[in-house]
Write a protein that binds this ligand. Structure first.
Ligand SMILES: Nc1ncnc2c1ncn2[C@@H]1O[C@H](COP(=O)(O)OP(=O)(O)OP(=O)(O)O)[C@@H](O)[C@H]1O
Length: 633
């Protein structure tokens, strides 16, 4: 479904819900269902808000309560103490959530480059700090709680419960619509790449900092709006009710349970958990209710670690075929309330989908091309005659580069140039600075001193994704594929975020050509996990050339391969070179260098000790002493 169709359907469903809610009494729907639906919508907003950064980009946050609290206190203080209107206060709540997210993101992503558990800890600290600030600040709360005046609203809305339902529905629609639109956009693809491997995403051209900032600010704005409506619903705000750990714990459970990689996952999770919790509370089981809730969640998370939505979507007819008859049967029996019937029908559909999936795993992705064949209708680029080295045009110009790591000088006054059509072998003993030089050339690390230019453009100081756009691409010694994307989409990502930029459908077409160049055309529909090491390294190469570089950096791309695979990889590298791309190859195998290199550069303890024709360099006594002697020993 296209984004536009998805958004239209979402708005349609929301309007239908609004109409049903408006006529709930005439339709015989119990009033408590409206109250419960309002709660579900609040959690849909929060789980969806959390998922924009933490689910899509994989940055696990424990700070959702900060947005809820800021939004809630904005409305409470503005309406309760300053007489500001509700609409303005609610918007300010969203804006303050966005501002808080902006500051958190700037600190975490720009100043600290925080990831993983350190990022989670930072986000955990924010609501604690805000709660303490609110308690000691009498203008906001002072520890006594803050009450809100009753909002005025037009008569056609009905009562307060209908008002708050409509407001929650509007913001939930905005939140889910945002998540849906993001998922289908370049931003969504970029966040997904960040989730899978942020370093690889950045060097392929994904502006990771910008994308994370957009995601966190959207998350903050939606979380703040939801918090603002919570204050309106409750009529009062207390620090311990909004800046509470319960908020992040619930949203995490909901999003993980429902599924984090799809916009609908948090919706399914929020609906299921809220209804289940309400049902258990109604049974008055006291602490047993929480134990049962926890147990049920554990069972479902273990049974469907990728999220319930994925399971339900994989078997749509089975899901509907179980849900509808169970719901109808229970309601018609007259022995169950609508809520009981809804919950049991949901559980039945989920259990059947999960059990069915475990008994009959989802079929392997459909192959679009027969194994071993290249994609239909397209042929591998015809081998061109190898471009002749052209010393007149420097594609890489490194001058006086120094790189220090604390007290270690990894590169010491290195100068090097690479012309069009060259394949330069970069060799040296372990720890001589080869990978550091590759990292400097790709922009992953800045030099401590010196200049670097790619195709005539100075790259020092540029973010790695901007360095990629000057025309340099790299592979990693240990391949870093995007695990959640097919082989074809891994390569398409590089086209989308490369120098030319392209829509996903266009990028997929170009990606098929690049896969053909590295002889992986028949594996386009597979996930990277299905590939062996050799194929993964070929995938790295396909992804790198898909960025349309002028120079390709191959960092030990043949490590760990058997002799036959090495020969195959050498043929692929030749093919890439014949396509007009200059290459710098870090390699220990002299056999490979003899076959490929037009020139060899030798590093020893960070110093460039030789640079010239392979035969001359490999017989240079200084090189033999520093490197080859040790190799031959
Ligand atoms: N991130 C880092 N922090 C600290 N020291 C580093 C870092 N990266 C590299 N070094 C140091 O810089 C020196 C050069 O390392 P580098 O990995 O570039 O060498 P190499 O020639 O690629 O080695 P190998 O062949 O083993 O991969 C080594 O002394 C290494 O310990």
């Amino acid at each position: 479904m296209s984004v536009r169709k998805g958004l239209s359907a979402l708005v349609g469903v929301s309007l239908l819900l609004a109409v049903l809610a408006h006529f709930n009494t005439s339709l015989g729907v119990a009033p408590y269902l409206l109250v419960l639906a309002t709660s579900v919508l609040f959690w849909v907003i929060q789980a969806t808000s959390w998922n924009l950064l933490s689910g899509y980009a994989g940055y696990f946050s424990f700070g959702q309560a900060a947005y809820v609290g800021v939004g809630a206190y904005a409305v409470a203080v503005l309406t309760g103490r300053h007489g500001v209107s509700y609409p303005v206060s609610i918007v300010v709540g969203g804006l303050l959530g966005a501002l808080l997210a902006l500051i958190t993101g700037a600190i975490a992503f720009r100043l600290g480059s925080l990831r993983g558990e350190i990022f989670a800890l930072l986000t955990l600290a924010v609501p604690f700090i805000l709660a303490a600030f609110v308690r000691i600040n009498r203008d906001i709360d002072g520890g006594l709680g803050t009450t809100l005046p009753l909002p005025a609203f037009p008569d056609w809305i009905g009562d307060f419960q209908h008002l708050i339902f409509l407001l929650m529905l509007a913001v939930a629609t905005l939140a889910v619509g945002t998540a849906l639109a993001v998922q289908g956009s370049r931003l969504g693809r970029g966040l997904s790449a960040i989730h899978d491997n942020e370093d690889a995403a950045e060097v392929l051209g994904v502006p990771t900092f910008r994308y994370k900032m957009i995601a966190i600010v959207l998350s903050g704005a939606l979380g703040g709006l939801g918090g603002a409506l919570l204050a309106v619903r409750n009529g009062a705000v207390q620090p311990e009710l909004v800046f509470t750990l319960t908020v992040p714990l619930f949203v995490i459970v909901m999003a993980v349970l429902g599924g984090r990689r799809h916009w609908a996952g948090p919706v399914v999770g929020a609906a299921f958990v809220t209804v289940l919790q309400d049902e258990l509370a109604a049974l008055k089981l006291d602490q047993w209710g929480n134990i049962i809730l926890g147990g049920v969640l554990v069972v479902f998370v273990v049974a469907a670690p990728d999220g319930l939505f994925g399971r339900l979507r994989a078997r749509p007819w089975l899901t509907v075929g179980v849900f509808v008859p169970v719901l109808a049967g229970l309601v018609l029996s007259g022995q169950y309330t609508e809520l009981d019937a809804l919950l049991y029908a949901m559980v039945a559909a989920i259990v059947v989908a999960v059990v069915y999936d475990r008994l009959r795993p989802v079929a392997a992705p459909h192959r679009t091309t027969p194994a071993g064949a290249e994609p239909a209708g397209r042929t591998a680029p015809s081998p061109l005659s190898a471009p002749q080295p052209d010393s007149g045009r420097d594609l890489v110009a490194v001058a006086g580069v120094i790189r220090d790591f604390g007290g270690v000088r990894a590169l010491d006054d290195v100068s090097l140039s690479v012309g069009q059509g060259e394949i330069v072998g970069l060799v040296g003993p372990n720890g001589s600075g080869k990978t550091t030089l590759v990292n400097l050339l790709s922009g992953a690390l800045p030099p401590s001193a010196g200049t670097i230019a790619i195709d005539g453009r100075a790259t020092v100081g540029l973010a790695p994704h901007k360095v990629a756009h000057t025309g340099v691409a790299r592979t990693y010694q240990i391949p870093k594929p995007f695990a959640s994307m097919t082989v074809l989409d891994n390569v398409a990502m590089a086209v989308m975020f490369g120098r030319t930029g392209a829509s996903l459908p266009q990028a997929r077409l170009a990606a098929a050509d690049h896969l053909a160049t590295v002889r992986l055309g028949h594996l386009g529909d597979q996930l990277p996990a299905a590939l062996n090491l050799h194929q993964r390294q070929l995938l790295e190469m396909a992804r790198a050339i898909a960025a349309e570089p002028v120079v390709l950096l191959l960092d030990e791309a043949l490590a760990g391969l058997n002799p036959a695979e090495i020969d195959d990889a050498v043929a692929v590298i030749r093919r890439i070179h014949e396509g007009g791309i200059s290459i710098i190859i870090v390699e220990h195998l002299l056999r490979v260098l003899n076959q490929l290199a037009t020139r060899i550069v030798v590093l020893d303890r960070g110093v460039l000790i030789a640079d010239g024709e392979p035969a001359a360099v490999l017989n240079d006594p200084a090189v033999v002493r520093a490197y080859l002697g040790r190799q031959r020993a």
